[in-house]
Structure formats: C-alpha cells, structure tokens
Design a protein around this ligand. Structure first.
Ligand code: F0G
Length: 355
C-alpha cells in the first residue's frame, strides 16, 4: 500500500518522477463507536446516531501530522532544501524528525519547555533531530521559526507551509471512501487550526468532483484555556492539560473560521474536565486509546449534543488525532484501572480480583 500522495495522485500535480518521501502514512481505520452512540441516545435523547472514530494514532509516527509531513518534506527535497525547521507541541516535531531523517535532511525543532508529552519527546530524540526547548510557549516558538525561516536556510514545515494542509486533506477522502458519502457532522480538535482547514478542503474537493454529494458541518473544539478563536482574541498565556492544543494564536485562524461558516458548523471550547472524561470514556468503553487533545473531538460531540446541535439518525465522524501512547503520564494519572502491589501470593491476588 503506497502512502497518501501516491494513492490520491489525482488530487495533486505530481510528475512521474516525483520523489515521494513516504512512510506509508494514512489508510487509518474508521472505527465504529457504539458506546459513544449509546451515550448520545441515553444522555441526550439522540437515537440512532452512527459515530465513527478516525483513528489517526495509527499513522507511522502516531499522529495525523504524517499526512502533511510526507508532502512538505517531499517538496523540500524537490526544492533542494538542506534542513527543515518547525515549532511544535510535540507531534509535528516527531513527524518532521521522522520524514526529515528519511529524506536525509537535518531537522531543527523548537519546543515549549516542559509542555511536550513524553512519547513525543522520545520520538524526536531517537529520530535524531536538533532540539531547542524554549522558556516560552508554542506561539513564541512559531514566531522564532518564522523569523529563522526567512533566512532561506531551512524550510518551515509547520502548517503555514501550504503543502502540510494539502497532504492532511486526505483524511477527509478516506472517511468518504469508507462511508460512501461525507458524514453529516465532522468533529475535530483545534490547536493551530491547520487540520480543520485541511479536512474542509478535502471534503470540498470530493464534493466538487462529484465523488460525494454532501459536505459535513465542521465542528472544531479548542481547549477552554486556549480558546482564541472562540474568544475572538489572542491568548497570551494559553493553558490546558491537552498540551497538543495549548496554542493561543492559531496560524490558520481565518481558514478555520471559513470552514466553520461555509459548512454551517461551530468552533467552541471544551473544558479540561470534559476532555479527560471523553479520554477515559474512549479507552474504558470503546477500547480506543488516544491522547488527551484528541478526545476533545468526542468531548465536543457530547457538548454539541447537549446543546441540541446534533440530529438523531445522523452520521458523525470524530478525528482522534494522536495515539494514546504519546502521553503515558496522562494515561497513568487519569486511567480507569484498579491497581495493586501485592506479595507473590495467589490468595491475596485472588482476593484483590474478587475471584
Ligand atoms: N491533536 C493533536 C494530537 C495535535 O498534536 C494537534 C496539533 C492538534 C490536535 C491540533 O491540530 O494544530 O491542526 O489545529 N499539534 C501541533 C504540533 C500544534 O506541534 O504537534 P491543528
């Protein structure tokens, strides 16, 4: 199975000798979520909603970023770049480091110190990136990247690079390919707002070509403490437990609002409490392990349902943007398990398990 760019070549201007840098990203599962659907019926009187989870954690570096990075890095190679550079809350840096390494390019990464989940950090380190942790947040890191990118010595691979968004649109194609139509609603976490922009582009292109006849309403969710678009102003000190979306000045702010308005959707916020509750629900009830920021899509679905914004009998896609293994600290902290440390004694173990 080829990567997304080769599979969806019809949507790109590649020549026959295009140097694809791919780790066979994409083709991730669209997992039915019967427990989420059941909850919509029980808690919000919304029967027969068909809910699907686009599980992007199964990409090669464990997040949706691989879809954009395969294109941004391939193109950097075409353009003769020697190095790539990005700011990141973690996942972009992991993807950049992996694809950069594969392309033989030096990868330069700027991270907010102390705010990147352990798994993501470990990836950038093992792939061999050059990493700077700044005493600042993602938005400040991106400002530095923009300044350094101007020198032309390193290609920026954040989503301000349009190839990123143009690769990520394939997530929408895959959802439509499985459903045979676009969903009625698309729920997605919003950080720097590139992915909601990309999905909307993908849905629009499929509809324009007549491959599907409908387009979803786009529902994007920021974290309460980082909800710049919702509040209509930059957040100087964004905060949230969902560190992946701890962003106060989204780069694709305007296009995200356009996706919302053109589709008749909404951009709202979810509290960290809602996010953790959806995170635990997905793992404990569906058996699906995503990272906290990813669960904002399902927390958003529950919030929208409580506000009467979702119709009974509709089809819903929620993007789970990153793998739960990215953030073991939060999994352990908020986990569903009953844990015990006991002597090596069958009787005591049996008692604990109530056998
Ligand atoms: N979910 C996860 C797991 C993410 O890593 C990100 C963004 C988002 C959602 C939000 O997507 O920015 O396109 O709105 N992570 C970036 C990073 C910022 O550096 O890894 P977005």
């Amino acid at each position: 199975m080829a990567g997304i760019l080769e599979r969806y070549q019809d949507f790109y201007p590649f020549g026959s000798d295009y140097p694809f840098v791919s780790l066979e990203e994409g083709n991730t599962p669209l997992i039915p979520a019967p427990a989420v659907a059941w909850h919509l019926g029980e808690a919000y009187n919304l029967p027969d909603v068909k809910v699907f989870l686009k599980y992007e954690g199964l990409n090669p570096t464990g997040s949706f970023k691989d879809r954009g990075m395969t294109y941004a890095v391939s193109q950097a190679k075409v353009d003769g770049a020697k190095a790539i550079i990005c700011a990141s809350t973690g996942n972009t840096s992991a993807a950049a480091a992996a694809y950069g390494t594969r392309a033989g390019l030096k990868t330069l990464v700027i991270l907010p110190e102390g705010k990147v989940a352990l798994g993501k950090m470990s990836q950038a380190i093992l792939y061999g990136a050059a990493i700077v942790e700044i005493a600042g947040n993602f938005d400040q890191a991106l400002d530095i990247v923009r300044a350094l990118g101007e020198s032309g010595k390193a290609t920026i691979v954040n989503s301000i690079n349009p190839y990123r968004i143009d690769g990520q649109k394939t997530g929408a194609f895959e959802i439509c390919d499985v459903l045979g139509k676009a969903p009625d609603y698309h729920f997605i976490p919003v950080g720097n707002a590139g992915n909601i922009t990309a999905y909307w582009k993908g849905y629009k292109e499929y509809a324009e070509r007549g491959i599907v006849s409908n387009r979803p309403k786009m529902f994007g969710y920021e974290a309460e403490g980082s909800a710049a678009i919702v509040q209509g102003k930059k957040i100087e000190n964004p905060e949230t437990l969902a560190t992946a979306i701890r962003i106060g000045n989204p780069a694709s702010w305007g296009p995200a609002e356009a996706a919302r308005d053109e589709s008749g959707g909404k951009i709202d916020f979810v509290t960290d409490e809602d996010t953790v509750s959806a995170y635990r629900f997905l793992a404990g009830r569906e058996g699906v392990f995503c990272e906290p920021a990813s669960a904002a899509s399902v927390a958003g679905l529950f919030k929208a349902a409580s506000q009467g914004l979702v119709e009974a009998g509709s089809t819903v896609a929620c993007v789970l943007t990153g793998n739960g293994l990215k953030d073991p600290d939060n999994a352990i902290k908020h986990g569903n398990a009953q844990l015990a440390k006991l002597p090596a004694d069958a009787g005591q173990v049996a008692e604990f398990f109530e056998l």
